[in-house]
Design a binder for this molecule. Structure first.
Ligand code: CMX
Length: 436
């Protein structure tokens, strides 16, 4: 791991003067202006965060370190005979900004293997939870339970504490956590849904391959896991899960606190739980139509019935994106290759044509196009992961790679504790000129 750490240290040293210069010499330069709509409306579009790890263009979608998703899939090294890259390679890219060589990737693959053993007390805590707890509650609890392992927290409490070296300990926690998260997720899955039978890890597999193995699902589910973890890793830092992770870590809380909290945000139906909601919604439709593909008029009516009952169409819309999510397209391409004849996919395909014009006709929806969650459940269902409460856990494993990369850099660049200012309604009325 020394080679990787040295490389990252050099990148950090090279970057620090840029941040320092901006702060010291240009700290008072205005970035933007804020409207009352943004203040009341969830800070939508307020430019108040900085990350170099990913950038979300409303029309182009996400770029990781400047690379679009198709470029990420094309350029990153892949395990022999596989269609999708090593998740470890993506982690290398997120942290360093560089495309790794096969040797670079192997260093991370081996490091994760060394660190993946899950402490017995985590298993004990999971087993003590009511079996009908939501898998996201279990996942977040498992992570919080491991907080006692934090090397960052120990470093902070020691006489050695040095702000300039804090990132090294955040990275240690990131590696420890990421190595264990797929195993924890697989454990929860098999405990809850597979008669509490468990599959030990294999040493000859990469992280994605081993995850599929521990879930007990044959190929090409290993490629599904790689694809899935990669597309869910990062989406800038303003989304609920990434922002929560950043915010919590800004208090110098360690990675365990930060990731557990971030996952609690991911568990919301407007965020990561939407993939579960999508599948529930489509299957409700399938049941209604007797598991046959209905005609367009019938689907239109079903969509309108959902909207008229005051609900949103899950899997459609986005706070930033203004076109079809490239993460949806990546999954669509996979589905067209591997599950074209799957009835569920045919529904998803039909909805892709029917929903956007309906949402557009409402006149208020800013993005009528599908997001990442409109598709993911379909592929998982096809390969036998039919317990859709579990889908957000998979999203959470992927998202943790992005958040942990970000909070490692947060510490490297010494970002301070986050503390925006709030106003009262009286004050806003004064600003608006309603009140004197
Ligand atoms: N169906 C119906 N109405 C929708 C809609 C959808 N899919 N998406 C947005 N709208 C509505 C909003 O509810 C809002 O209506 P009101 O003014 O009556 O409250 C209006 O359109 C404007 O919303 P917006 O500015 O277009 O969207 P927001 O930035 O406020 O919200 C999001 C974004 C994702 C929460 C929203 O589009 C939504 O609820 N989508 C469905 C849930 C979903 O798929 N979430 C997953 C997002 C991806 C992720 O973060 O994981």
């Amino acid at each position: 791991m020394e080679k990787f750490k040295q490389k990252l240290a050099a990148k950090i040293d090279a970057h620090r003067p840029r941040t320092t210069k901006l702060l010291k010499e240009f700290g008072n330069v205005k970035v933007d202006e804020i409207t009352i709509r943004q203040v009341i409306g969830g800070m939508r579009g307020v430019k108040s965060l900085v990350t170099d790890i990913s950038y979300l263009d409303p029309y182009e979608g996400i770029r990781y370190r400047g690379y679009t998703l198709p470029e990420v899939f094309e350029k990153l090294p892949k395990p022999a005979g596989k269609d999708y890259p090593y998740v470890e390679a993506m982690f290398y890219l997120l942290l360093t900004g560089d495309i790794p060589t096969e040797n670079d990737v192997q260093e991370i693959v081996e490091e994760f293997k060394k660190r993946r053993q899950i402490p017995q007390y985590v298993i004990d805590v999971l087993r003590a939870m009511p079996r009908d707890s939501h898998p996201m509650a279990m996942f977040s609890t498992a992570i919080l339970t491991m907080q006692r392992e934090s090397k960052f927290a120990k470093f902070y409490a020691s006489d050695e504490w040095d702000k300039m070296r804090a990132w090294e300990y955040m990275l240690e926690d990131a590696l420890d956590l990421l190595a264990k998260l797929p195993g924890v997720a697989a454990y929860i899955y098999r405990m809850k849904y597979k008669a509490d039978t468990h599959i030990p890890p294999r040493d000859d597999l990469d992280l994605g391959g081993n995850f599929a193995h521990q879930m007990g699902i044959p190929e090409p589910f290993d490629d599904v896991a790689r694809m899935y973890f990669i597309i869910h890793a990062d989406h800038e830092s303003g989304n609920v899960s990434a922002h929560t992770g950043h915010l919590v870590a800004s208090a110098l809380s360690d990675a365990y606190y930060a990731i557990s909290a971030a996952l609690n945000g991911l568990a919301g139906p407007l965020h990561g739980l939407a993939n579960q909601e999508v599948l529930k919604w489509i299957q409700g439709m399938m049941k209604k139509f007797g598991h046959k593909l209905p005609d367009d008029k019938e689907i239109e009516q079903y969509v309108w019935d959902t909207l008229n009952s005051g609900k949103v169409i899950p899997g459609y819309g986005h706070a930033v994106l203004r076109k079809t999510d490239p993460r949806y397209m990546v999954q669509r391409e996979f589905a067209l290759k591997h599950l074209k004849e799957d009835l569920l996919f045919k529904y998803v395909d039909k909805l892709y044509q029917i929903v956007p014009p309906i949402l557009e006709s409402l006149g208020k929806v800013k993005n009528p196009w599908p997001n990442v969650d409109a598709h993911s459940g379909t592929i998982l269902w096809h390969y036998g992961v039919r317990e859709y409460q579990f889908y957000t856990v998979l999203f959470g494993v992927g998202r943790s790679f992005g958040i942990l990369s970000n909070i490692t850099w947060d510490r490297a660049l010494g970002y301070p504790i986050e503390r925006p200012k709030s106003l009262t309604t009286d004050m806003l009325e004064e600003i608006a000129g309603i009140k004197k």
